[in-house]
Design a protein around this ligand. Structure first.
Ligand code: FAD
Length: 613
C-alpha cells in the first residue's frame, strides 16, 4: 500500500502526474486501490479528497461529470430547472387526506450528488440536536466535538458593508475560514424589502419571542430568525456568485487536485465484495461495478477500506444486494446473507415541507426590492421557533407528553424500527432536545416574480420508514417509504406550522406586500380554521423535505443501528458509511453543512486507523 503512495509521490515530484483523474473509461485504470468510495456525491467527494492526500482512492459515481453545466453552476438558475443531474424516485404510497398519495422525491445523481442540485440553504445542526445524537449512544458526536469538523470544511465569507447594512450578520468564532466549501450571503443581498418585511412579521407573529439572531450556525437552540447564508461563493474572475457544490469545493478547484484520486463516472456499484474473517467478522475486499451504458461488469479491489457514500436512498440498497441486512428479508429475495443486520434500511426518515404556499404580490409592491430582480435564491429569511413559540406556553410540556407516550406499534409493524425501544428512546431524546429549546419548525420566505412563497417544514420528525430492494437488479430503484406524518406528534407539529403560515400572510408589514385575498388565492387555510380543516390541507399538500436520513443509522446495534460512532458497519472490520444514511435523528435542519462535518470526521477517523492510532 505504502508503495503505491510512494510511487505517486515520486511521479508527482517528477512532474508526470499532477491532477485528479476523472474518467468514464476503465480500460486503463488500476484494479486495486487503498480506498474505494462508493458514490461521488456530497459526502463522498469530501471524504475522498482528504484520504487521497496520501493514499490511492477510487471514487465510483453512477451519474455524469457536469463540470460545465450552467444549470448546476449558476446558483440563480430557477429552482427545479431540469438537468442531467436531476432524478426522482417514486416513493411508496404515502399518507394523504383521502387515502394515499403518490409523491416523488428529487435527488441528484452526478459528481457532487444532491449538492449539485440543492437549494444551497446553509444551515447547521444545533447544540440540542447534537446532544440528542450523542445521547443515542454516540460518544464524540456532541456539538463541541462536531463543530470543528464543520469549521474545517468551510470558508465563510463575512457580509460586506452593503450586505451588512441590508441585514446580514455573523458570529466569527463558530465559522471556518480556510476550508473548501464557500459559504456566503448573496451579492448583493437579495430582496431587501422582503428581508425586512419577513423579519418584522416573524417578530410580530411570534409575539417577539423569536428574536433576530446574528448567525443561525452558532449552535442556536431555537427562538431565532435571521438572513440566510448559502453554499455559494463569489467568483472574482466571473464577478458573480457560483454554487459551492461538493464537486466545486472538494474536486474541481486547482488547489484540491489529488494525484492519488481517480474518479470513475457513469458506473454503478452493484455490490460490495466481502470475505469472512476467522472470528466471524466481515471484511470488505472490493466492489462489483457495471457501466451505466451497458457492458461487462468489473471488479475493483481495496486494500484498506470501502467507504459507502451513495446517500440515504441508495446506500441501504447496496448493502442489501451485498447480503448485509435483515437475513430473513434477504433470503426472501434469494440473496445469501453474509451479515444479519436488521437495521439496514430501517429508521428512514424525512422532514415534511408545506410548499404550496404562493402568495400573489400586490400591484403596489416594489417588485425589484421584493423579489431581488432576476437574482433569486430559494430562501432569504429563516425562522426557527421553539415548541413554546409555536404552540404556546404549554408547548414544551405538550410535546413532552406526546413524545414520552408514543406508540411504537405502527413503526414496528411496517419495519421502520426493529425494536420498540428504538422509537421510544429516540422520542425521549427529541423531547429532551425540545426542553433545551431545539426548534420545533422552520419557516422561510422565497421571493418570486409575481408571488412570495412562505415555506414551513418540520425539523425533527418521529415517523419512521424503510428503504428496501425488491429485486437484485441494481438498475431498479429500491422501495423508499418515508411513512410521512404517521405519528400523531408529527401531525401536531405540521398543523401548528400551517397555522403560522396563515398568520404570516395576514400580518403587516408582510401582508402589505400581498394582494388582499392572498390566503384564499393561495388555497391556504384561513386564520381560525378548525384543526380538521388544517389537517386536510396539510395531508393534501405536503411534499418531501428532501432531507432523507437515517436508513443506516449510527446508533447501538440492539436499537437497529447499522454503524458505530466510528462509522464502521457493525460486524465488519473495514466497511464504513459516510453519508446522510448514518444520521440517526433528523437534527440537520438542512443537511449539507452537517454532512460536510460528517465527511471531515469520517476522514479523520479513517486516517487515524491507517496510521495505527
Ligand atoms: C432538491 C433538493 C434541495 C435541497 N436543498 C438543500 C438545501 O437548500 N440545503 C441543504 O443543506 N441541503 C439541501 N438538500 C439536501 C442535501 O443536498 C442532501 O441531503 C445531501 O446532498 C445528501 O448528501 P449524501 O452525500 O448523503 O448523498 P448525495 O449527495 O445524494 O450523493 C449520493 C451519490 O451516490 C450516487 N450513487 C447512488 N447509488 C450509486 C451506486 N449504486 N453506484 C455509484 N454511485 C451511486 C448518486 O448518483 C449520488 O451522486 C436538498 C436536496 C435536494 C434533493
Amino acid at each position: 500500500m505504502w508503495q503505491a503512495s510512494r510511487c505517486i509521490i515520486l511521479l508527482t515530484l517528477l512532474g508526470f502526474v499532477h491532477s485528479t483523474a476523472i474518467t468514464n473509461e476503465t480500460s486503463t485504470l488500476a484494479t486495486s486501490f487503498e480506498y474505494i468510495v462508493v458514490g461521488g456525491g456530497t459526502t463522498a467527494l469530501a471524504v475522498a479528497n482528504r484520504l487521497a492526500v496520501n493514499h490511492t482512492v477510487l471514487v465510483i459515481e453512477r451519474g455524469p461529470d457536469l463540470v460545465d453545466d450552467e444549470v448546476i453552476n449558476d446558483p440563480f438558475t430557477t429552482f427545479g430547472t431540469p438537468s442531467p443531474c436531476h432524478f426522482q424516485i417514486q416513493l411508496a404510497p404515502q399518507m394523504g387526506f383521502n387515502g394515499s398519495r403518490l409523491i416523488p422525491m428529487t435527488y441528484g445523481s452526478c459528481l457532487g450528488g444532491s449538492s449539485s442540485i440543492n437549494t444551497m440553504i446553509g444551515s447547521r445542526p444545533t447544540y440540542a440536536g447534537m446532544s440528542a445524537v450523542e445521547a443515542l449512544g454516540n460518544p464524540g458526536w456532541g456539538w463541541n466535538e462536531f463543530l470543528p469538523h464543520m469549521q474545517k470544511s468551510e470558508t465563510f465569507h463575512p457580509p460586506n458593508p452593503t450586505q451588512h447594512a441590508e441585514g446580514a450578520n455573523f458570529i466569527a468564532v463558530v465559522h471556518g475560514f480556510d476550508g473548501p466549501v464557500g459559504v456566503s450571503f448573496a451579492q448583493p443581498l437579495i430582496a431587501p424589502t422582503l428581508q425586512d418585511a419577513a423579519k418584522n412579521t416573524t417578530n410580530t407573529v411570534f409575539e417577539g419571542a423569536v428574536a433576530l439572531s446574528p448567525d443561525m450556525g452558532d449552535g442556536f437552540s431555537g427562538g431565532h430568525y435571521s438572513s440566510y447564508y448559502h453554499h455559494i461563493h463569489f467568483n472574482d474572475t466571473l464577478q458573480m456568485d457560483r454554487r459551492s457544490s461538493s464537486a466545486w469545493s472538494y474536486l474541481y478547484p486547482q488547489d484540491q487536485q489529488r494525484v492519488g484520486l481517480t474518479v470513475l463516472v457513469g458506473h454503478r456499484v452493484n455490490t460490495i465484495l466481502t470475505s469472512t474473517e476467522a472470528g466471524g467478522n466481515i471484511t470488505a475486499t472490493g466492489v462489483l461495478v457495471e457501466p451505466i451504458a451497458g457492458g461487462t461488469a468489473l471488479t475493483f479491489n481495496s486494500s484498506r477500506e470501502v467507504v459507502l457514500s451513495a446517500g440515504a436512498l441508495y446506500s441501504p440498497a447496496i448493502l442489501q444486494r451485498s447480503g448485509i441486512g435483515n437475513a430473513t428479508f434477504l433470503e426472501s429475495l434469494g440473496i445469501e446473507p453474509v451479515l444479519d443486520l436488521p437495521g439496514v434500511g430501517a429508521n428512514f426518515q424525512d422532514q415534511i415541507l408545506l410548499t404550496n404556499v404562493s402568495f400573489p404580490l400586490a400591484p403596489s409592491a416594489n417588485i425589484t426590492n421584493v423579489t431581488g430582480g432576476g437574482e433569486v435564491l430559494l430562501a432569504v429569511v429563516v425562522a426557527h421557533p421553539t415548541a413554546i413559540d409555536t404552540l404556546g406556553s404549554n408547548g414544551t410540556s405538550a410535546m413532552n407528553t406526546l413524545l414520552r407516550n408514543i406508540s411504537a406499534e405502527r413503526a414496528l409493524s411496517t419495519g421502520g424500527i426493529v425494536a420498540s425501544d428504538a422509537l421510544t428512546t429516540q422520542a425521549a431524546l427529541i423531547a429532551n432536545a425540545y426542553e433545551i429549546d431545539h426548534p420545533l419548525i422552520e419557516m422561510f420566505y422565497t421571493p418570486g416574480p409575481t408571488a412570495i412563497n412562505v415555506w414551513a417544514q418540520s425539523v425533527l420528525p418521529l415517523s419512521r420508514g424503510t428503504i428496501r430492494i425488491n429485486t437484485t437488479d441494481p438498475s431498479v430503484d429500491p422501495i423508499a417509504d418515508a411513512q410521512y406524518l404517521t405519528t400523531e406528534v408529527d401531525m401536531v407539529v405540521a398543523v401548528a406550522a400551517a397555522r403560522r403560515v396563515s398568520s404570516i400572510a395576514v400580518t403587516p408589514p408582510f401582508s402589505e406586500l400581498l394582494i388582499e385575498n392572498a390566503l384564499a388565492e393561495a388555497g391556504v387555510p384561513q386564520v381560525g380554521a378548525t384543526d380538521d380543516e388544517v389537517s386536510e390541507w396539510v395531508l393534501s399538500t405536503y411534499t418531501p423535505g428532501t432531507h432523507p436520513v437515517g436508513s443506516n443509522s449510527m446508533m447501538p446495534r440492539e436499537l437497529g443501528g447499522v454503524v458505530s460512532p466510528e462509522l464502521l458497519v457493525y460486524g465488519t472490520t473495514n466497511l464504513r458509511i459516510a453519508d446522510a444514511s448514518i444520521v440517526p435523528l433528523s437534527v440537520f435542519p438542512h443537511t449539507t453543512l452537517g454532512l460536510y462535518g460528517v465527511a471531515e470526521k469520517a476522514a479523520d477517523m479513517i486516517l487515524q486507523t491507517a496510521a495505527g492510532k
